[in-house]
Ligand binder design. Sequence first.
Ligand code: HEM
Length: 234
Amino acid sequence: MSFFDYFLWVFFPYIALTIFVVGHIFRYNNDQFGWSAKSSEFLEKGKLKWGSLLFHWGIVFVFFGHVAGILIPKFLYDVIGISEDMYHFGAVWFGGAAGVATVIGGAILFYRRTSIKRVRINSSFSDYFSLIVLGVVVLVGFTNTVGYTASGGSFDYRTTIGPWFRGLLTFTPQPELVAFAPIGFQLHILAAFALFAIWPFTRLVHVWSLPLEYLWRRYIIFRKMGPAQVEKKN
Ligand code: HEM
């Protein structure tokens, strides 16, 4: 293991995660009014609707796919009787479908931001930069699923990348588990950590503002005032 391996698979991830945490605290304390996705719906609606729906639904399932493949240890699947074949089937078909939705949705959003003048001129450098880094992470990840996992590749990320990632979170990193992974997986991971490092300084912070209270909040009913109510009010 060279110093470069340690840099890529230990130092760089920790530097990125530190920027991620400290950056969010800094941004939250200094820029609460700017903490949003800066909606551009009033500039263009049609493409946003399809792009946003596909991308967001896709990425939610991709997220749960990562929890299933990276965070949950393989032995737990053995314990509950989910075989290698069953896992592989889910990763390829359900993961593939989520990946397709994410890639198509992301492509529509990218096209919209670059081709529609009023959206383009209302976009900042950070909007483009985050979209491009996100695009690289998603495209390279999807290429791995299609070009490797679904095509019979023998590298098992559940016994290599998974334990390496969990080791980072428990401060017991094992860079040797990922230093010899196929290049596509390595590029995906490095791009993902680059994304984590820029995350707090971009519109991606809106991910943490999920309006979950809408799920249990009581309905607010808006009604037009009729003449009787207007008179009563006055
Ligand atoms: C360091 C963190 C990450 C690790 C270790 C990781 C690992 C992986 C692995 C191993 C795959 C291949 C899955 C398969 O072939 O079944 C994959 C696919 C993918 N990843 Fe990641 N990933 C990370 C972060 C991210 C992030 C931050 C995003 C997007 C925001 C992302 C988006 C994707 C996508 C779209 C796919 C294709 C999955 C599909 O088709 O369902 N990944 N990732």
